[in-house]
Structures are given as structure tokens and as C-alpha cells.
Design a binder for this molecule. Structure first.
Ligand code: FMN
Length: 202
């Protein structure tokens, strides 16, 4: 029997993104965002949902741009800190010993030490209530070489792919407010269901 917990949004695993933006005085700022994810593949778009109380909310509207950085497990403390402290009061790059890099493509900084960044142009905002959804078009995805893996597509075609097992990202439980490491591979997409598809097609 299921117990009703009322209308609550729950999903798991949800990513922990670190969003980079410039403050009004051009100080580089970062905040943690877990109400976030991928929302379109072509054009490639991601969303982050922000409260108006955050400095990042106003920074993105002013600059029409932001970066989404994905931290590794070793940066859980820094990520949590940038989810507690506001850029209105603190220089979060200075306090965490992280280093901002100015994006060449959009008017926003990214985190040098984190393995992966998406540089985004603001495409659309949707006010949903407590949070406003910021949809960003990904202008570029940059990944440090150490976190890539090569896939041989054809004998003459080799592609670089993001390797989650090397990045070791972590996720967030919005219900109990806890960070989780990600587990092992559990199957292959567009492949694990083929047996059932073939059975039903007979
Ligand atoms: C793990 C985690 C996830 C968070 N996710 C969000 C989120 O999705 N949206 C939001 O508005 N605030 C979120 N927060 C809170 C903001 O990160 C926090 O208010 C931060 O201080 C805002 O920084 P800023 O004022 O420098 O922009 C989260 C905090 C943590 C610790």
C-alpha cells in the first residue's frame, strides 16, 4: 500500500550543477542548482530553476548567459558551500580556492578545476511559481581530456565521449537533502529493451 505525501516534485537522481555568472561589478560567482537538467537535444538545451532571491537569477537576466559546471565527488564541500553562501555577500571563488575562467563564447565564468562545463546563452525563462526556469542553449560543451573516452564508430571514425565513471559526478536527494555517489553501470540504452521489443513484434 502506498502512503500519500501530498503534491511534491520528486526525482532521483537529480544532478548537482554549479552555475557560473557575473555579478553587477563583474565579480565571478557560482551557485549550486539541483532543480536542473537536460531539456532538448537539438538545439542542445539545459534548464536550471532559480529563486528570485539568488544573485544568479539577476546575473543571468542581466548578462543573458551562464555556465553549467559539473563537479566531481572530491568537490562536495565546495559545492555545498556555494549552495549556502550568496555572491551578494561572499566572493565564493576566493573562499573555495576555485579559479574562474572567462568564457570566450558567452558572458559568464566557468570553474577551472571542474571536469566539465557547458557554456550557455539564455534562450527563454518560464516563471513557474517559487522557481523560474532558465533555459539555456548550450553553445559549447568543454571537458578536460582526462575525463573523456574514445569510441570507435567505424574503422575511420573515432569520437570523444564524456566518461561518467571518470568524472565521478554526484547527485542530490531533494527530500532528505543528502548527496549520493552514483552507482555502477546497469545496462545499455536503446539496447536493454530490445528483447521485449522483439518479443512484442512477433
Ligand atoms: C545541493 C543544492 C542545490 C540547490 N539547488 C537550488 C536550485 O535548484 N535553485 C535555487 O534557486 N537554489 C538552489 N540552491 C540554493 C542556492 O544555491 C543558494 O541560495 C545560493 O546561496 C545562491 O547563490 P547566489 O545568491 O550567489 O546566486 C541549492 C543549494 C544546494 C546546497
Amino acid at each position: 500500500m502506498k502512503k500519500s505525501l501530498g503534491p511534491k516534485a520528486f526525482g532521483f537522481p537529480v544532478p548537482v550543477f554549479v552555475v557560473g555568472s557575473y555579478m553587477e561589478d563583474y565579480k565571478a560567482n557560482i551557485m549550486a542548482a539541483a532543480a536542473a537538467g537536460v531539456c532538448c537535444l537539438s538545439p542542445p538545451c539545459i534548464y536550471i530553476s532559480l529563486r528570485e532571491a539568488t544573485a544568479t537569477y539577476h546575473n543571468i537576466i542581466r548578462n543573458n548567459a551562464f555556465t553549467v559546471n559539473i563537479p566531481s565527488e572530491e568537490y562536495i564541500s565546495e559545492t555545498d558551500y556555494v549552495g549556502i553562501a550568496s555572491g551578494k555577500k561572499f566572493d565564493k571563488f576566493l573562499e573555495t580556492d576555485l579559479n574562474p575562467v572567462k568564457s570566450d563564447l558567452v558572458n559568464a565564468p566557468y570553474v577551472n578545476e571542474f571536469p566539465l562545463v557547458m557554456e550557455c546563452k539564455l534562450k527563454e525563462t518560464v516563471n513557474l511559481g517559487s522557481h523560474t526556469m532558465f533555459i539555456g542553449e548550450v553553445i559549447d560543451l568543454k571537458v578536460d581530456n582526462d575525463f573523456l573516452t574514445s569510441i570507435i564508430v567505424k574503422s575511420d571514425l573515432e569520437l570523444s565521449k564524456v566518461d561518467i565513471e571518470k568524472i565521478k559526478p554526484f547527485s542530490y536527494d531533494l527530500s532528505l537533502r543528502e548527496y549520493y555517489k552514483l552507482g555502477d553501470k546497469a545496462g545499455k540504452g536503446f539496447s536493454a529493451g530490445l528483447k521485449l521489443l522483439n518479443k512484442n513484434n512477433k
